[in-house]
Design a protein around this ligand. Structure first.
Ligand SMILES: Cc1ncc(COP(=O)(O)O)c(C=O)c1O
Length: 389
């Protein structure tokens, strides 16, 4: 039985995998089992932001694995403690909780918001946004503003209500005496590479301050340097009360963080929350290498590459009428089409370019943050060829 048949027989049908069996990945490239080379403009959904198999990450993880892999959170693992400190030094938050996945980081944020709200006047409602995506566990799913994900699992966990993204009036209309928090992605990823505007984010901060609500930013896809700042919200002059990170935190190893400012840092007490694997020492050692690599020079290069890639995409848009708009910030970019993008993704894969499509019509580009002009040119050339077909 080959790999595809084995998967077909033994796996739950949760994933629709593309025709690519991976043998190896290095930097911005992936090789399949036949030896064919692909340019990766997806980074495993913004997970390998430093590129695949980054040497500093491998070295740090290997060293930690040699020392010990796991001791439980009943004891101190130096790599985990060090990572907590380094994360806070990235310019946001007072305290951190480590878990394993984006959904878990958001669950933690939701629990903090609930506990604080319940202790302050029995409040438990959270305002989230239409087209948002916050994960697949039940509370993170309930926070996700897309009916198609809710339908098979109703009733949803109470109580999330959904405002229109970038529409501050629609948020105000949902505030009640039960509201405890507002939760948003700074750039909606699965929702179609929709960036929040500065006025809207400022409005959210103001509403939260006036109503004693927590502002939670899900930075799981848009954070970790993807926009040219460590956190996407650092592009705007505002801070949330809680930020969640996952995906690229350990550049390919599972790790997530919920980071809290003053209003949210001391809500949990002993026994309120926990995780067996959360803050795994190997993942934390890898993440320390990520944070060290992601310095100001690295982030500046993201902005430089973003500018270059956007310019090339703008040229592409001039040539192809089916391109309506180039979306996003930094290297979290979307090509909005006037038609379904699924076939384009498939045709690019055949030509050796890995990209993705969200909301049917938006091509999503999430390249490693280490790409060069040459990579950008190669990707745009393939897109051009495919769009010509
Ligand atoms: C913005 C956002 N939040 C949360 C998640 C869930 O993360 P995970 O799949 O690690 O649970 C994702 C995953 O795509 C995401 O993009």
């Amino acid at each position: 039985m080959n790999i595809k048949q084995t998967e077909e027989q033994y796996f739950m049908k949760t994933y629709k995998r593309a025709d690519l069996i991976v043998k190896k990945a290095k930097n911005q490239f992936i090789w399949d089992t036949s030896g064919k080379k692909y340019l990766d403009f997806f980074s495993g959904i913004s997970v390998c932001n430093l590129g695949h198999s980054h040497p500093a990450v491998i070295k740090a993880a290997k060293k930690q694995l040699n020392d010990f892999a796991h001791i439980s959170n009943l004891y101190y693992a130096p790599s985990q403690i060090e990572l907590g400190k380094e994360l806070i030094k990235k310019g946001f938050g007072k305290r951190v909780f480590f878990s394993n996945s984006g959904a878990e980081a958001n669950e933690c944020a939701i629990k903090i918001a609930r506990k604080r709200g319940l202790e302050n006047g029995g409040r438990y409602e959270i305002i989230s946004f239409k087209k948002s995506f916050h994960g697949r566990t039940l509370a993170a799913l309930a926070a996700t503003g897309q009916e198609k994900f809710h339908a098979p699992f109703k009733p949803m966990i109470e109580k999330f209500v959904f405002a229109d993204f970038n529409d501050i009036e629609s948020v105000k209309n949902l505030i009640s005496d039960k509201t405890c928090a507002i939760m948003a992605e700074v750039i909606q990823g699965e929702g179609g590479i929709a960036a929040a505007n500065a006025e809207f984010l400022k409005g959210l901060r103001q509403i939260c301050d006036e109503n004693n609500l927590l502002l939670i930013f899900d930075e799981i896809q848009c954070g970790m340097g993807r926009t040219g700042k460590f956190y996407a919200f650092q592009n705007f002059d505002i801070k949330p009360d809680i930020a969640t990170l996952a995906k690229s935190l350990a550049n390919g190893l599972p790790l997530a963080a919920t980071i809290a400012q003053e209003k949210a840092e001391d809500i949990f007490h002993y026994g309120d929350h926990g995780s067996t694997f959360g803050g795994n020492p190997v993942s934390c050692a890898a993440a320390l290498a990520v944070l060290k690599t992601m310095d100001a020079k690295f982030l500046n290069n993201v902005l430089k590459m973003s500018k270059y890639l956007r310019e090339q995409l703008a040229q592409l848009a001039k040539k192809h009428n089916c391109i309506k708009e180039i979306l996003g910030i930094g290297l979290m970019l979307g090509i909005a089409l006037d038609k379904n993008g699924k076939d384009i993704v498939g045709a690019c894969l055949k030509k050796g370019l890995i990209i993705n499509c969200v909301q049917d019509t938006i091509i999503r580009l999430l390249p490693p943050l280490t790409i060069t002009n040459k990579d950008a040119d190669a990707a745009v050339k393939i897109l051009d060829e495919v769009l010509n077909q």
